[in-house]
Ligand binder design. Structure first.
Ligand SMILES: Nc1nc2c(ncn2[C@@H]2O[C@H](COP(=O)(O)OP(=O)(O)OP(=O)(O)O)[C@@H](O)[C@H]2O)c(=O)[nH]1
Length: 231
């Protein structure tokens, strides 16, 4: 176990959207009955089989950094942000505002004062790789069990994941079957973690990896965020 390499994934979204519930389900394969309000940050670890079922299969640790969503802690939580290798954006399907607020979460996590200067963020551009920092993301909508048909239709018309070109999952975090092995949600999540690991550990050889073409959305549905340094 000592030699297992790890990646760090941030879990971001408004307070109460279900980040702790989601993180627990991913890490333990079972729902949490009574999640407490996250103060600061809590970290869960998942063992992930990278490129499962292929000759190059390898085990990695995925650290899931569940960041407390309360706006009271906005000014201090940036200590948890860097460095990280991917982001799970979480919103509540019964609360449209929580989806819109993900833009602010994106801006918050990408703005870093000091050090190398203030970072700015571009629109998501899944076609751009070279010469930039690459960041895999995925958007997860929670409380599917409580969302009305009307709300889900509205979301389809105004879907932030689509706007960003990101992959997305809608799910009930209280249902242990939501991420059942082989389900489309589990496959999407597994591919997202694969992507995080590839960008983190295989970046130099990325263009030489088999099937490592952004246009191949079946293999790499998670988009990449292009970052650059601004003034
Ligand atoms: N029915 C239902 N309830 C959910 C779901 N996900 C989370 N909840 C409930 O929503 C409430 C808030 O969930 P948390 O996981 O604590 O939310 P959080 O985003 O971690 O909140 P903060 O710690 O304040 O940032 C809890 O009562 C959960 O049981 C879901 O998919 N379905």
């Amino acid at each position: 176990m000592a030699n297992i390499e790890k990646v760090k994934v941030l879990v971001l979204g408004d307070s109460g959207v279900g980040k702790t519930s989601l993180t627990h389900l991913i890490a333990h394969n079972e729902p949490i009955s009574n999640p407490s309000w996250t103060v600061g940050c809590s970290v869960e670890v998942k063992l992930h089989e990278f490129r499962e079922g292929t000759p190059t299969q390898k085990t990695y640790f995925v650290e899931l950094w569940d960041i407390g969503g309360s706006s009271n802690h906005r000014s201090t939580r940036n200590v948890f942000y860097n460095p990280f290798h991917g982001i799970i954006f979480v919103h509540d399907l019964t609360n449209r505002k929580s989806q819109q607020n993900l833009k602010q979460w994106l801006a918050e996590v990408m703005s870093k004062e000091g050090g190398k200067g203030k970072m700015v963020y571009d629109d998501f551009d899944s076609e751009v790789f070279a010469g930039s920092v690459m960041l895999p993301i995925i958007v997860i909508g929670t409380k599917l069990d409580q969302a009305s048909e009307k709300r889900l239709k509205m979301k389809q018309c105004n879907d932030i994941a689509q706007d960003w070109g990101a992959d997305s999952i809608d799910m009930n975090c209280m249902d242990p079957g939501s991420l059942a092995p082989g389900s489309s949600s589990a496959v999407k999540l597994s591919r997202f973690f694969d992507k995080v690991i590839e960008v983190r550990y295989y970046k130099k050889d990325y263009t030489n990896l088999p099937n490592a073409h952004l246009s191949d959305k079946r293999r790499f549905p998670a988009p990449l965020l292009k970052l650059h340094h601004g003034d």
